[in-house]
Design a protein. Sequence first.
Length: 422
Amino acid sequence: MEKIIKKLQSGDSFLKSIAPLISSNIATQIIALAALPILTRLYQPSDFGVLAFFSAVILTATSISTLRFEIPIPNAASSVEAKHLIIAAILNTTLVTTLVAVLIIVGIFNERLDQIVENKHKLLVWLIPIGVWLSCIFNTMHFYALRERQYVLISKVRVGQSLIGNAVQIILGLLVTGPTGLLFGFLIQTGLSGVAFAKHLAENKKYWVESFNVNILKKTYKKYSNYLRYSTPEAFFHMSSLQIPFLLIGYFVSPQESGLIFMANRIMQLPVSVIGGSIAQFFTGELQERIRLKELNIFFQRTIKRLLLLAILPTIFLGTISYFLLSPILGEEWQRAGLMALIMIPSVSIQIIASATGSALYATSNERSAFKIHFYGFWIRIIILVPVCIYYPDFAFISYVLGGFMHYALYLKGINNACRNG
């Protein structure tokens, strides 16, 4: 026991480094779990299906709107370069979201939009560019906070976004029928986080203004052009492979089925968020130093062992108890979501390992490999899912899980190769 205590007290220990992240993630998930029984009684599965549609579009657009200039921030050669990467990411985001807004103005009068979004939800489409811009700001500032190892700040922001976001969803659910409350809560969660990070960085405004240089910005764009060529399409295919299945199932099968899968996925993502996400943030923050010391492969193998103990075992436990407890807690209409959670255990387990260590591909300049992995992963999922949705809709969920497992198995193999050679 004394050895464990000393390890936790050690300034550079793995456990101490991720402790603030894990504790905040536990707090956010407790808030989310406490809110779920209320939300599932205020909103129908079809409402969660609408949320799945909007979040799928926003998250997919968010993944490419910065042109991926936020990814190299933790490993930038200097603080000046990191700050110019932030500026570049924000400029890219503003340009892309403006384009999205123009497309919405054109599409809002297009009858084809009615085939995708019900008329009563048409005005909510305006939340998409707002959500994309706020999400990108959050992601950019989050990567800078990781660079600075500001784990306590990240923890505070996470707890705040969960508390306020869930509160908004509950309050609006009591006042308004339909999915509006879910959408605004989702938007406020992301917006609050981005504003909090930006406010913290803006405390030293003078330094930001003095360090900005147009020539450095141009050099930054040139130096990281590979992120535009390879990482941006890679991110699109990766996020699309995660989100488009919700759109396809909602369109070809039913919004209710999409909502049930969305809820099962949300439950099973708890270990990903609490443990896997914390380890991923620490892993990303440590990569530059481990590469310099030529310890990348050792660090990768140790991280996998920690994930097996700290994340995979809770995933198995959570999936098992969800089968028995989800219906009594959330309501009878959510019974199938419990069975879905149980079936998702293998695919979520491999997702945890791959997602937590995937940043190694970028740190080792394997953007092209990452692009190929997610390009193939996207088509694996789509080729498996689309015919099943059209001809055998009852098996849509099984094909969704199978495609995800195959995609992340391919992803993990690529990460392993990069770490072994890096």
